[in-house]
Write a protein that binds this ligand. Structure first.
Ligand code: FAD
Length: 528
């Protein structure tokens, strides 16, 4: 420990003195391989592939104690603008949020990634089957959700709330929100955490929960990596169904599509998952069907000569516990009978729970095989209050050209009462109880869309976001962006709103007063 502390002290001195220290050629010269390492290509890149900032060094912590040493050292001396630290999980950020120009990137994947499943009492699962509940998993924050799923399934259990894609870390999604088709029923992933271990910006290792150090617990959930580095999390578990009945139905009216989605999310006893997407062209129908192993005989007329028609698809799922007398097929029949989709376009398949949750992996493999995974991703994710959903869809369609759009446009409802207002996550203030997530998840082919084209798309998204985020009083929709790096501290203040900003800034002053953490978000620039 002392050895590390000594080398960390040297690292801090290097950061303080900055680039004027020309006799030091690289971090390893003074630090040795234990504490800090040379920057790696991944430390200055992410999934978005539009920002690339090189850090001074990379740290691969073996324990929360290693991180505590680093942050303790950096916060105990007057800092320089270079002394910043970013946690990096799987690096699936879109705008450099896990990067630290000239600072230190802490790779949380290096932390112990053990998943310890604990089942403590006998009872009944929410689907009626006998199970051992309540149960939870203690997991390293650098573990991927797919690793957690694999381990929990061995005990027949699983976390209730997911993201669509599972190759993201626990710490990464909990720093945002973590949403998917289960969110209407169980809330986002940040509403499904029993306890956290966090190293604060001051280098203190704290175990926190809703009752123990609650201010830190709520601060880091949705906290964009600003207050501490999450090192462990305790996630509640529920009984995992062996199979899932997965259904798709098609629409040609946005209002009917969203009306049926809202009907589905009002039936949490029957329905376990609700999402949906826009069908812009043949290609989007094809690519969205990669993981859905059913023959789809839907051949819509997308129009021609500038008269483009758009379709919509709802997907919902029912967990199948394969119990005598309660058939998922029966539930699907009952629920479908209440929907107003384009008859007869209902398609349904039964898949294993693992394959269902891991469905985006197949899309990843397909995009990789076409050279379209490691490309720039100018994505736009917006939480839109229910009353503004149609207006936002129209705004979006003014900027999206169906001819060359590659990727899904997800649209599905979330229930605001499943979000805990104490966390740092930002969602629209709406009394309607329903908001929509619009996810414009675009991949750009470098052969057809170079740097300028990507910038143009990002600029369009900026305009759409500015327009949609204007408050209701200002004639706008009052939407909020998700997963975005705001372009300036002033934009961040608008994003949080005056009350939210006051609380966020107070949390920063308390847990990371020297603004060491999370420089890639651009929220609290170093001033000293
Ligand atoms: P990183 O990109 O490594 O980090 C993200 C942010 O969190 C950074 O600010 C970083 O500093 C901070 N951070 C990382 N680890 C920690 C930690 N341990 N403690 C404190 N701060 C930390 N999101 C959804 O909600 N639902 C989805 O369905 C969904 N699907 C996605 C699909 C794809 C293909 C991609 C690329 C992203 C998707 N996302 C989705 C977004 C994803 O949840 C976020 O980008 C998330 O941050 C990624 O996790 P990560 O481990 O890659 O985080």
């Amino acid at each position: 420990m002392e050895f590390k502390a000594l080398h960390l002290y040297a690292a801090v001195m290097v950061l303080l003195l900055g680039s004027s220290v020309n006799f030091i050629q690289s971090p390893t010269d003074v630090l040795g391989p234990v504490a800090l390492l040379e920057p790696t290509p991944s430390s200055k890149s992410d999934f978005g592939a539009v920002v690339s900032d090189s850090p001074f060094a990379v740290m691969r912590p073996e324990s929360s104690g290693d991180i505590a040493l680093l942050l303790g050292a950096l916060s105990s001396v007057a800092p320089s603008p270079r002394a910043t630290v970013a946690a990096r999980g799987a690096g699936h950020s879109l705008h450099g949020q896990a990067q630290a120009r000239g600072g230190i990137v802490v790779e949380t994947r290096a932390l112990p990634r053990d998943v310890q499943v604990a089942a403590v009492a006998h009872g009944h699962g929410d689907s009626g089957g006998a199970t051992t509940m309540p149960a939870y998993a203690d997991v390293g924050a650098g573990a991927l959700w797919v690793e957690v799923l694999e381990e929990c399934l061995k005990a027949g259990l699983a976390p209730p709330s997911w993201t669509d894609y599972l190759y993201l870390t626990i710490g990464g999604t909990l720093s945002n929100a973590g949403i998917s088709g289960q969110t209407f029923k169980h809330g986002p992933q940040i509403s499904n955490v029993l306890q956290l271990e966090v190293v604060t910006g001051k280098g203190e290792v704290v175990t926190c929960s809703p009752t123990k150090s609650p201010e830190l617990y709520y601060a880091v959930l949705g906290g964009l990596g600003q207050f501490g580095i999450i090192t462990r999390a305790r996630i509640p578990l529920q009984l995992a169904p062996p199979k899932v009945r997965w259904v798709r139905v098609f629409y040609d009216s946005f209002e009917t599509f969203t009306g049926d989605q809202e009907l589905l999310v009002s039936m949490p006893e029957q329905v376990d998952y609700v999402e949906g997407f826009m069908v812009l062209n043949e290609q989007s129908l094809e690519s969205s069907s990669i993981s859905f192993p059913a023959q789809i005989n839907f051949n819509p007329d997308f129009g021609s000569n500038g008269r483009k028609k758009v379709y919509y698809c709802i997907e919902f799922a029912v967990h199948d516990f394969q119990l005598n007398g309660s058939s998922a097929d029966h539930v699907v029949e009952q629920v479908s009978g209440k929907l107003s989709y384009l008859k007869p376009h209902r398609y349904s398949v039964e898949v294993s729970y693992f394959d269902f949750l891991n469905r985006v992996r197949m899309e990843e493999e397909s995009l990789r095989s076409r050279g379209l995974w490691d490309v720039p991703h100018p994505w736009l994710n917006m939480f839109v209050p229910k009353h503004g959903a149609t207006q936002f869809k129209d705004l979006l369609m003014d900027t999206v050209s169906a001819d060359d759009f590659e990727g899904p446009v997800l649209v599905y409802p979330l229930l605001t009462d499943k979000w805990d207002g104490n966390t740092s996550a930002v969602v629209p203030a709406t009394a309607e109880g329903v908001m929509y997530i619009f996810g414009v998840l675009r991949s750009t082919d470098p052969a057809r869309c170079g740097r300028e084209c990507v910038e143009r798309i990002r600029e369009q998204h900026r305009r759409v976001a500015d327009e949609a985020c204007r408050s209701g009083n200002g004639g706008g929709i009052g939407a909020k962006q998700y997963l975005a790096r705001q372009p300036s501290p002033a934009h961040w203040r608008d994003h949080f709103g005056s009350t939210g900003w006051g609380r966020f800034a107070a949390r920063k002053a308390r847990f990371d007063p020297r603004h060491v953490l999370g420089p890639g978000q651009g929220i609290f620039p170093r001033t000293d």
